[in-house]
Ligand binder design. Structure first.
Ligand code: CAO
Length: 375
C-alpha cells in the first residue's frame, strides 16, 4: 500500500513530557491525602500592570474572572507549552485548552496571545449612545469601555484611596541644580543627559537612609493579627511614566548603590522599554517609594495618590523662574519647583514627613551636599 499523506497516526503522551507542575496537579490534593497543605502557592504570571502593582488578593483564583479552568486537567501542559506561556507572559488558567481533557496546546497559547494583542491595541469602544435623561435634554451620552490600563488603574487607585492620605507641599529652590545640570549636560553632550528627575531620585534615596520608615510597606491586619510595618533595605524608586499605553510605574532598583549617571542610564532604559510597551514584570514590581514628575509636562502642584505597598510618593511640579529677595534685600531671579508629598497617615505623621522632605530639599537645593554623601 502506498502512503500518500505523511500524517502522524497517533499522539503519545510520554511520562517525561509531564512537567513537575503538572505532576503536582495530577497528584491527589495534599489535604485529601491527609497531609497539611503547603503554604506556598504557585506564582502566577501577571498579565497587565499599570499605575500600581497588583495585590495578591487579585491573583486569587476566585477573583480571576478570565479563568476558564474547568477542572484539574485544564491547567496541564507539556514543558514546551509552559515555555511558550512564560514567553508570552500568559497565565495558563486564562487559556481555553482544546487538547485532551482540556489540555492547553501550543496553538491555544498562540491564539490567546494573538487575541490579547488585538484587544489591547483596540481603541476604546463606544458601547452605547443614548439621550440624557437629566435636565439637559439636548445632551447625548456615550458609554466607552476602559482600556486595559484604565481598568487596572480603576481597581488599584480605588483601593489606594481607601488609605488615609495627607498632602505636604513645599517650594524648592533649584537654581544651583539648574546651573549644575546645564554645565554637566553641556560638557557631556547628548550622550549622558541628566534631568532634574535623576538628581531628585538620588536625593530621595539619601533621605531614606535617615528616614527608613518612608521606604517601608504596611502589612494590614488579617485574621486577628495586628498590622505591621515591613522595613525594606533596598531603595527601589518608582517613576511614574506617561507612555503611549497610559500611566506605568517601573522602578529603578537599588538606588543607594547607584551614581546619578547610573540612575540616568537606567531611567533611559526604562523609558525606551515603556515607550515600546515592552517593560518586563521585573521592572514593574518591587518598588518601595515613587516619584511622579508631572512637571516635565506642566503643572505647578499635584496631589499624588499612593502606589500600593508604599507609604509615600513625591509629586514634582514644573520648574519656573520667579523674582525673589536675596539676603541683601535685592530682587534676584530664582528657579523654583514645587514638591508635593502624599503619605500614608496610618503610619506616617506630618512631622516625620516634613523632616524627611526637608532632607530631600537640602540635597536638591545644595547638590554639593548630595555629592558629599555619594559613595
Ligand atoms: N520642570 C521643568 N522642566 C522639566 C521638569 C520639571 N519638573 N522635568 C523635566 N523637565 C524637562 C527636562 O529637563 C527636559 O528638558 P531639556 O531637554 O531642556 O533638558 C524635558 O523636560 C523633558 O524631560 P524628560 O521627560 O525627557 O525627562 P525626565 O527625566 O524629566 O522625565 C518621565 C521622564 C518619564 C518622568 C517623564 O517623561 C514623564 O513621563 N512624566 C509624566 C509623569 C506623569 O504622568 N505623572 C503623573 C502621575 S499621576 O497621574
Amino acid at each position: 500500500m502506498e502512503l500518500r499523506e505523511k500524517k502522524p497516526l497517533c499522539d503519545i503522551d510520554v511520562q517525561s513530557d509531564i512537567s513537575p507542575e503538572d505532576e503536582a496537579i495530577l497528584a491527589p490534593p495534599a489535604e485529601q491525602a491527609g497531609e497539611p497543605s503547603s503554604p506556598q502557592q504557585p506564582q502566577k504570571a501577571v498579565e497587565q500592570y499599570s499605575y500600581l502593582q497588583r495585590d495578591q488578593s487579585e491573583d486569587s483564583p476566585s477573583n480571576n474572572k478570565a479563568a476558564i479552568s474547568s477542572g484539574r486537567h485544564s491547567s496541564l501542559a507539556t514543558p514546551a507549552v509552559r515555555g511558550l506561556l512564560k514567553e508570552f507572559g500568559v497565565n495558563i488558567v486564562e487559556v481555553l485548552g482544546t487538547g485532551k481533557d482540556g489540555r492547553v496546546l501550543k496553538e491555544d497559547v498562540h491564539n490567546f496571545a494573538a487575541s490579547r494583542a488585538i484587544e489591547s491595541a483596540k481603541p476604546p469602544q463606544a458601547t452605547s449612545t443614548r439621550p440624557s435623561s437629566g435636565a439637559d435634554q439636548g445632551q447625548v451620552e456615550k458609554s466607552i469601555t476602559l482600556t486595559p490600563i484604565q481598568n487596572q488603574m480603576f481597581k488599584t487607585m480605588t483601593r489606594s484611596l481607601t488609605i488615609p492620605h495627607f498632602l505636604y507641599a513645599d517650594e524648592i529652590d533649584v537654581t544651583p541644580l539648574s546651573t549644575l545640570r546645564h554645565r554637566l549636560n553641556t560638557q557631556s553632550g547628548k550622550q549622558h543627559k541628566l534631568s532634574f528627575l535623576h538628581f531628585i531620585i538620588k536625593a530621595v534615596s539619601l533621605a531614606i537612609e535617615d528616614f527608613p520608615l518612608l521606604n517601608a510597606r504596611v502589612e494590614a491586619a488579617s485574621n486577628g493579627d495586628a498590622p505591621k510595618l515591613v522595613m525594606r533595605e533596598k531603595h527601589n524608586i518608582g517613576i511614574a511614566m506617561d507612555t503611549p499605553q497610559g500611566l506605568l510605574v517601573p522602578n529603578v532598583k537599588h538606588v543607594s548603590s547607584k551614581s546619578i549617571l547610573d540612575i540616568a542610564l537606567e531611567c533611559s532604559r526604562l523609558q525606551a522599554l515603556a515607550k515600546d510597551g515592552k517593560l518586563p514584570v521585573a521592572d514593574l514590581t518591587g518598588g518601595t517609594i515613587t516619584v511622579s514628575n508631572i512637571g516635565s509636562i506642566g503643572g505647578t502642584y499635584v496631589a499624588p495618590v499612593l502606589v500600593q505597598k508604599e507609604v509615600a510618593i513625591l509629586g514634582v511640579g514644573k520648574a519656573r523662574t520667579v523674582p525673589a529677595f536675596n539676603e541683601q534685600g535685592q530682587v534676584i531671579k530664582k528657579d523654583v519647583m514645587n514638591f508635593s508629598w502624599s503619605a500614608d497617615h496610618r503610619v506616617i505623621d506630618g512631622a516625620t514627613m516634613a523632616r524627611m522632605a526637608e532632607h530631600v530639599r537640602a540635597f536638591v537645593e545644595e547638590p554639593g551636599l548630595m555629592m558629599a554623601r555619594l559613595r
